[in-house]
Ligand binder design. Sequence first.
Ligand code: AHG
Ligand code: MN
Ligand code: MN
Length: 325
Amino acid sequence: MKRLNSQLQHDGAPLELILLIRTLLAGCKEISFRVSQGALAGVLGSTLSENVQGETQKKLDVISNQILKDTLRDSGYVKAISSEEEDTVVPCNPEGNYLVSFDPLDGSSNTEINSLIGTIFSITHAPQWMEADDPSAFLQPGTQMVAAGYVLYGPSTMLAMTTGRGTHIYTLDKTHGGFLLTHPNVKVPEETKEFAINTSNERHWEEPVKNYIGDLLAGTEGPRGKDYNMRWVAAMVGDIHRVLCRGGIFMYPFDKRNPSKPGKLRLLYEANPMAFLMEQAGGLANTGHGRIMEVMPKEIHQRVPTILGSKEEVETCLTYYQTDK
Ligand code: AHG
Ligand code: MN
Ligand code: MN
């Protein structure tokens, strides 16, 4: 089976980017080990602190963030990082050529129930003009990403990654520590009968989402003429992995709960990397009002509504926004 290195070379990734990705993944392998130790290592449960977004940090949020921060800072390839668990950007090597944004542990509420969690990351070039502690350099649209992916800490530890030449999925072979290419050139099925949305938020949704989901729930008797199934992992990384593997639509739409939070998911280290993976696998990624990867970020922790998945289903969903029907 092909190794990560040779696939990255095959896809034309420059040597320094390959070395950076390998360094990042070394950190993820350590997170995978820590996660698997669970209660034995005393890593489960919450800390007493909150992150800048007002969320209580789990111990594993803090541990994972520290592992990635140390690994990337020491590597020399990175000028600065931004993370869900850091208030502002963390300067690294002033001579580094790349910026990395990451969600160190996505779905961390699942740690308590031994369910799916993962790390999500995106990589862009570091502009020459930027100072290493300048957050404005991170405010680039997703179209500028040179690589993005996630590592899913599930029954297997799996990596989904793109450098703009297709989306490939690898499985960590824990006997020798390498990521092996198990699912080359993943293509999301264009049609689906499966959706993922947290329906407990229905009363806060806008009309297009209410109408669209209402039509899915109507099944064979409704306008869509087929019965749908629903899944919700409560970790975007798990839901997107399922959609990449067997199709579906994943939504965390705008809702009216809190006007300062237009959608729950963060653009730089959740929505953008998943959008890049989805588009490279033939799927779509939209906010309801435009392509996610074309959103110009205004701040590093910006939130954005997300609709990702099978091409035809996302297109159908978007018609509800156009007509506001
Ligand atoms: P995080 O654990 O990094 O804060 O992200 C959790 C996110 C996302 O992964 C998931 O899709 C969503 O929160 C779940 O939200 P609900 O609590 O509404 O289910
Ligand atoms: Mn997350
Ligand atoms: Mn997180």
